[in-house]
Design a protein around this ligand. Structure first.
Ligand code: KG4
Ligand code: ZN
Length: 333
């Protein structure tokens, strides 16, 4: 079964063709990061217009790269949320128009779940065993989820303020590094030689929640202090703090829930130090998608749709976007 996946929730216009929810036939990503560099972050209106321009060429390129025609496709999948409303509407309506024109079923997909399902795009390898603990760390989300044996997802916790990627982006700004901040902060951190600087870790004890805004403030205070260490040492200390908190809380939750594996996903999962810390601490096997499938892409949308074929709708039926995460906390405490 061939599914075309379309993603437009933030600042990547992406399309991909995936076979049977596991095999990547193509993945094309038109990134808007150059556009948002001037403003140091995503301006929603600018993002929506850029999606409008990039969508049709991106879909065409994904079909060409997969060497498939419209007749070969079985369904079209699209991110319906969470994300920027104007950006989501562009992708949803494009997918709907294409599905209508080709008489194909349309499958709306949750963006956060799609990040998790990027771990199924391993091709020949065994798929992750369930139940699994998933940690999604991106520019918009930091979520600790439990994926049960039947594939349903429960939310254990998440950030109470900034997302992990947002923290990287904000710290990059404080250090005069370009947007998106994750890769340049990681590169600068690798240049640190002393590695003695320490920044706080918000443990949020008794919960599976996270908080990164205090850390960002601590970075600002350190930069402004008269005895500020070199920028590379600050970047290193920041990255250590984020990787330490995320890996420790994920490992504890995995132990407690008795899961069979841990799934790391989202843009920040591309961070080598976080991958290393997660692998060191995880009590069960760790799955991480290759970096190109950690950041936003259409393949994860198509792969997630394969697991929800029963959610297919007729493209002419009324459809909604869900800009904010719909998944409520599953448990108290
Ligand atoms: O998943 P994604 O592409 O978009 C959202 O759904 O938000 O994640 C983008 C985020 C950005 O905040 C970016 O700074 C961060 O992922 N990121 C990284 C790295 N690569 C991307 N953060 C840390 N280290 C990286 N290597
Ligand atoms: Zn994302």
């Amino acid at each position: 079964m061939l599914i075309l996946g379309i993603e437009s929730s933030c600042d990547e216009t992406a399309a991909a063709v995936v076979a049977d929810g596991r095999h990547l036939r193509s993945s094309v990503i038109a990134s808007q990061t150059d556009l948002h560099r001037e403003t140091g972050g995503v301006v929603p209106e600018v993002a929506a217009r850029a999606h409008l321009r990039a969508l049709v060429p991106t879909v065409r390129a994904a079909l060409a790269e997969a060497a498939c025609t419209w007749d070969d496709l079985d369904a079209i999948a699209v991110t319906s949320g969470p994300g920027l409303p104007g950006a989501l509407v562009i992708g949803l309506n494009a997918a709907r128009g294409l599905a209508y024109g080709r008489g194909l079923p349309l499958i709306p997909v949750d963006h956060v779940e799609a990040h998790v399902i990027a771990n199924w795009l391993t091709g020949a390898g065994d798929p992750p065993p369930l139940p699994a603990l998933a940690l999604i760390v991106s520019g918009g989300h930091t979520e600790l989820l439990l994926m049960l044996e039947d594939g349903t997802i429960e939310r254990l916790g998440g950030t109470r303020d900034d997302a992990a990627g947002e923290a990287f982006d904000k710290v990059a700004r404080l250090l005069d590094l370009p947007y998106p901040g994750g890769p340049p902060v990681a590169r600068l951190a690798a240049e640190a030689t002393v590695r003695k600087t320490r920044l706080p870790r918000a443990a949020m004890r008794g919960s599976d929640d996270f908080s990164f805004s205090g850390l960002k403030t601590a970075v600002l205070q350190m930069i402004e202090s008269p005895a500020a260490p070199p920028a590379a040492e600050i970047a290193w200390a920041f990255q250590e703090s984020v990787a330490d908190v995320l890996s420790q809380k994920a490992a504890r939750a995995a132990e407690r829930e008795g899961v069979r594996c841990v799934l790391l996903a989202g843009g920040v999962a591309a961070n080598a130090r976080l991958r290393e810390r997660m692998a060191e601490r995880s009590p069960v096997p760790l799955f991480v998608p290759p970096p190109a499938l950690c950041t936003d892409n259409g393949a994860m949308v198509a792969a997630a749709a394969f697991r929800h074929l029963d959610a297919a709708v007729r493209p002419e039926s009324p459809l909604e976007i869900t800009p904010t995460a719909a998944r409520r906390k599953a448990r108290s405490g």
